[in-house]
Write a protein that binds this ligand. Structure first.
Ligand code: URP
Ligand code: ZN
Ligand code: ZN
Length: 483
């Protein structure tokens, strides 16, 4: 064997055991109580040996809905991911109005190909669902391994009407793709924002007021009803509020095919972080926004009780300068600030420290939420997301004893700040492998630029909170409209 990892505690989404792992080339080839030493041997005594994380929601080298370029390219974004224990990312290829999907996808392949240091796939953001897109380009994207689409219910340049959402969901269901939804009611937000700004309330903290939890809950409820009408699955991304969480939970209890994601910022940051002098609070401005302590509790409960299948970073890195966060310096209002915060490197350490070590989650839930469920939901399982014979040797070795006070100089992204500055987290990855290669060892990056590979993904196999079923009326409707 080329590599052995011995004496550690292996955890998957379902099991925890003391055993050794053998790697040959890019694959895991042996798992046993005791293995002979390989060409390279890693002593993992006192460490957790876990599947490399999968981050299925991050914006890398991407033009946002507001037309702003993210600070990280595929090099800095994947290096930062690797230092946080993540070995696969699925960022977005973003189609803007007037651009074809085919051109968009080719463009993003070119951006990533020579830079990524870990493996990557793409979701497609659909900004312009023309007839040609629906009939030809989406099926072609799926054939090329892009088996999930993100749609927006807000942002003027990306917001789609319910009719368009139905068209996309119907194509996705027929062709075997999953639709991810940014659920916020655009009119409610615009109406509130206009009045707040007219009355001089343009400071960052009013972003949280304009993006009311009711706007999130209304759009969440609406997309659930559209999904139930068609019996088509949807995954609601970056859920932040108790209102939306409860709405999702109720639909799942009925057996609707509704899945959900949340992110680290909704666990450990709050609206108070945005309430800083001047425009400093823009560093914490994301959509949906940070909420209050009660919302944090509701999100933790949703992770523990299975309402959320996936935990992603929504890494949306924008510099705190005139190019992104504060285009008019100190005069910038919350409506003009780039929405999004960085978190690709902090995602798993936050969940490990605050979830596993504080006993809110088991180590197996940590693995499921941070890796395995992403692989299942997005068509990468069992190649990625688990430690099993035949799977890619994507492994992170975690030391639960290391404690770090966060300081931006530790980060490997290109953003220039971290919203977690000064926070203290315990439990960090020490050695990270991607397809059998050591990519991170302590403070050192070992992977070469461009060594990450594109992952053509298969058909999503959603992980249900309960027994998922197609609503009876949706089944009847399907018979009528399809046949
Ligand atoms: O504020 C956020 N989340 N920005 C990134 C874009 C998105 O909607 O996910
Ligand atoms: Zn979004
Ligand atoms: Zn996002």
């Amino acid at each position: 064997m080329d590599l052995t990892i011995r004496n550690g505690t292996l955890a998957t989404a379902t099991e925890t055991m003391r055993c050794d792992i053998g790697v040959s080339g890019e694959k895991i080839v042996a798992i046993a109580e005791r293995l002979p030493v390989g060409k390279r041997d890693i002593d993992a005594e006192g460490r957790y040996v876990l599947p490399g994380g999968i981050d299925s929601h991050c914006h890398i080298e991407q033009l946002s809905g507001m037309g702003i370029m993210s600070a990280d390219d595929f090099y800095s974004g994947t290096v930062s991911a690797a230092f946080g224990g993540t070995t696969t990312i699925v960022p977005f290829a973003a189609q803007h109005r007037g651009t074809s999907v085919t051109t968009t996808v080719a463009d993003y392949h070119e951006r990533a190909r020579t830079k990524a240091v870990v493996d990557y796939g793409f979701h497609l953001i659909i900004g312009d669902p023309t007839e040609k897109v629906l009939s030809d380009e989406l099926p072609a994207a799926i054939r090329g391994g892009i088996t999930s689409f993100k749609v927006y219910m807000t942002y003027p340049k990306w917001r789609l009407e319910d009719y368009q959402l139905l068209e996309i969901m119907s194509v996705a269901e027929r062709e075997g793709a999953l639709v991810m939804v940014h659920a916020e009611n655009d009119d409610m937000i615009r109406w509130l924002a206009k009045r707040l700004i007219e009355r001089g309330h343009g400071a960052p903290r009013f972003h949280g007021v304009a993006h009311s939890p009711l706007a999130e809950a209304e759009a969440t409820n609406r997309i659930i009803m559209l999904s139930r009408l068609l019996g088509a699955p949807v995954l609601i991304v970056h859920v932040s509020s108790p209102e939306a969480t409860n709405t999702i939970r109720a639909a799942q209890t009925l057996g609707a095919r509704i899945y959900a994601e949340t992110c680290p910022q909704y666990l450990v940051l709050s609206a108070q972080d945005m309430d800083k002098p001047g425009v400093e609070g823009a560093k914490w401005c994301c959509s949906p926004p940070l909420r209050d302590k009660a919302a944090q509790q509701a999100i933790w409960s949703g992770l523990a009780n299975g309402t959320f299948q996936v935990y992603s970073s929504d890494h949306a890195p924008y510099k705190f300068d005139k190019t992104a966060k504060i285009p008019r310096g100190g005069e910038t209002t919350f409506k003009e600030m780039a929405n999004g915060i960085p978190g690709i490197e902090m995602r798993l350490p936050i969940l490990f420290s605050e979830g596993v070590l504080k006993k809110r989650l088991t180590i197996n839930q940590f693995v499921a939420l941070g890796a395995t469920n992403h692989a299942r939901m997005y068509g990468l399982y069992p190649r990625k997301g688990t430690i099993a014979i035949g799977s890619d040797a994507d492994i992170a070795i975690w030391n639960p004893e290391i404690e770090k006070r966060i300081d931006y100089s530790m980060m490997h992204d290109a953003v220039g700040y971290t919203p977690y500055e000064g926070h203290v987290y315990r439990g960090w990855p020490e050695i990270v492998l991607s397809r059998g290669r050591v990519v991170v060892e302590g403070k050192d990056l070992k992977a070469a630029r461009g060594s990450g590979q594109y992952l053509a993904r298969g058909v999503p196999a959603p992980v249900a909170a309960g027994p998922a079923m197609i609503d009876g009326p949706a089944r009847k409707l399907k018979e009528l409209i399809n046949g």
